[in-house]
Design a protein around this ligand. Structure first.
Ligand SMILES: N[C@@H](CCC(=O)N[C@@H](CS)C(=O)NCC(=O)O)C(=O)O
Length: 208
C-alpha cells in the first residue's frame, strides 16, 4: 500500500496516473498550502523541501522526486509492461526522456510559474519568466523532433515516461500554441490522457 502526498494538478498527477495504470493500491493525502504558500510544518518531516509529490512506501520509507517515483513504480510492477527491462535496448531512451523532462522542462516550469523564487530582486521576475518560456519552447521542440510520429516515446510501446511527458506538456504556458507548432505533441498527449485509467485521474486533477 502506497500513500501519495499530492495536490490537485501538481507533479503528483503523473504518479497518481501511473499508480492507477499499474493497479497499485494507494491512498491520496492532500497537502494543503497556507495562504502564504507554505505547507504545514508536519509535512516538512515528510519532504523537507515542502514539495509535492512525496510517496510513502509499504515499509514506511518516503521517496521524493517525481521522476524517481515513475521509474520505481513502473519497475516494481513489471506485469503492467510500462517500463523496458534494464537490458532492453530502449531502456536508455526511456531514462533519457524521463530525466530530460524532470530536469529541463519541470525546472523551466517552476521558473516560469514562480519567478520570484529565482532571484533576490523582485524586478528580475519578468525576465526570468520570459527566459523560462523560451527554454521550454526549445526543449519541447527538441523532444517533438525525437518523438516523430511516435505515437509514444518508445514508438509503439506505451510506457511510464509517456505519462510524465503528458503532465509536463499540460503545464505549457500556451498549450494551444504548442500544439499548433508541434501537432505530434498533441497526438501524443491525446493518446495518453484518453486512456481509460488515466482520463479519470486527469479529470480529478483538472488537467486540460
Ligand atoms: N523535483 C521535484 C519538484 C517538485 C515540485 O517542485 N513540486 C511543486 C508542485 S508541482 C511544489 O510542490 N512546489 C512547492 C510550492 O508550490 O510551494 C519533483 O520532481 O518531485
Amino acid at each position: 500500500m502506497f500513500t501519495l502526498y499530492a495536490r490537485r494538478g501538481s507533479g503528483s498527477t503523473a504518479v497518481e496516473a501511473l499508480l492507477c495504470e499499474v493497479g497499485a493500491e494507494f491512498e491520496l493525502q492532500d497537502v494543503a498550502r497556507m495562504a502564504d504558500g507554505s505547507v504545514l510544518a508536519s509535512y516538512l518531516k515528510i519532504n523537507p523541501r515542502g514539495e509535492v509529490p512525496a510517496l510513502r512506501l509499504a515499509d514506511d520509507s518516503v521517496m521524493t522526486e517525481s521522476a524517481a517515483m515513475m521509474i520505481y513504480i513502473a519497475d516494481l510492477f513489471p506485469a503492467a509492461g510500462l517500463a523496458p527491462a534494464i537490458d532492453d535496448r530502449t531502456r536508455g531512451i526511456y531514462l533519457r526522456w524521463m530525466l530530460y523532462f524532470a530536469s529541463a522542462v519541470y525546472m523551466a516550469d517552476l521558473r516560469y510559474f514562480y519567478p520570484d523564487r529565482y532571484s533576490t530582486e523582485v524586478s528580475d521576475a519578468a525576465r526570468i519568466k520570459a527566459k523560462a518560456s523560451e527554454d521550454m519552447d526549445r526543449d519541447f521542440a527538441i523532444f517533438a523532433e525525437a518523438l516523430g510520429q511516435g505515437p509514444f516515446v518508445l514508438g509503439e510501446m506505451f510506457s511510464a515516461v509517456d505519462i510524465y511527458v503528458a503532465m509536463l506538456v499540460s503545464w505549457a504556458p500556451d498549450l494551444a500554441a504548442l500544439f499548433v507548432r508541434h501537432p505530434n505533441l498533441q497526438a501524443h498527449y491525446e493518446a495518453v490522457v484518453q486512456r481509460p485509467k488515466i482520463a479519470p485521474v486527469w479529470a480529478r486533477n483538472e488537467m486540460p
